[in-house]
Design a protein around this ligand. Structure first.
Ligand SMILES: [Mn+2]
Length: 243
């Protein structure tokens, strides 16, 4: 199934939001736009799919996770797992096999948003224990509940993508949250159109077999959402500079 032919379920509008990376204010603005879009032309039903990577890099992972947990009371939302979210949870549990990667890819900002002084990389276990104590139970529960993939109609949603040649329902976790080139370079039909984030692009990238919604909010200040309804594809964006 390819874009243009692929359809959301009858009567259902889907909103898929790219990597938010601790940017609370941009995420709030985008949710305002989604709510305005819903009010403007109410669908029979709708669902919001968050494509993962809620933490790291941006200034307020703590506030963003609070906000997202709260939004689940107002909307039908599916929260997918990103590689950064998995690493955040692993760091809090002290089981990260490469803790330095947590520091080097935006984890310092995550720790600071929870009031933890990161300290030196080689003392990571101290920060890990402090983080574990500071992480609210509801945040830990949120991170532990994130899903690896989701599908609605002819669309399949995963943080990073899928491994070509493997059935969508047989994909491995590491590919769903980490894969890049092998997926991005694949030209063939995956069976459903894969909607993903993970690899920042200069715009929402609508390809025949996949749609990349990650516009690198932490770097560009642009957070994007693709709106899928019938066979139609639209884009909503929030833009701004934070802190
Ligand atoms: Mn990612």
């Amino acid at each position: 199934m390819l874009t243009g032919e692929a359809s959301a379920p009858e009567g259902m509008r889907l909103y898929a939001v790219g990597d938010t990376h601790g940017h609370l204010s941009l995420t709030r603005t985008l949710f305002d736009k989604i709510e305005a879009d819903l009010a403007d032309a109410p669908p029979q039903r709708y669902r919001i799919i968050m494509l993962g990577d809620y933490c790291d890099r941006g200034p307020d992972t703590n506030g963003l996770i609070d906000f997202l947990i709260g939004q689940a009371n107002h909307h039908d939302i599916v929260f997918l797992l990103g590689n950064h979210d998995q690493r955040m949870l692993d760091f809090a549990d002290g089981i990260d096999e490469a803790p330095f990667n947590f520091f080097r890819y935006g984890g310092v900002e995550t720790l600071q948003s929870y009031g933890i002084e990161p300290g030196e990389e080689h003392e990571w276990l101290v920060a890990s224990r402090a983080f574990s104590r500071a992480l609210p139970t509801k945040h830990r529960r949120f991170l532990s509940s994130l899903k690896l993939h989701h599908h609605d109609g002819d669309y399949f949603f995963a943080h990073a993508g899928v491994k070509p040649g493997i059935a969508l329902d047989a994909q491995q976790a590491k590919d769903l949250i980490w894969i890049r080139h092998e997926f991005l370079q694949h030209q063939g039909d995956f069976g459903k159109v894969v909607v993903h984030g993970h690899t920042p692009w200069d715009r929402v990238d609508i390809q025949p077999n996949r749609i990349n919604v990650d516009t690198g909010a932490y770097d560009t200040g642009i957070l994007s959402c693709v709106v899928l309804e019938g066979t139609e594809i639209r884009v909503l964006q929030a833009a701004g500079v934070e802190d």
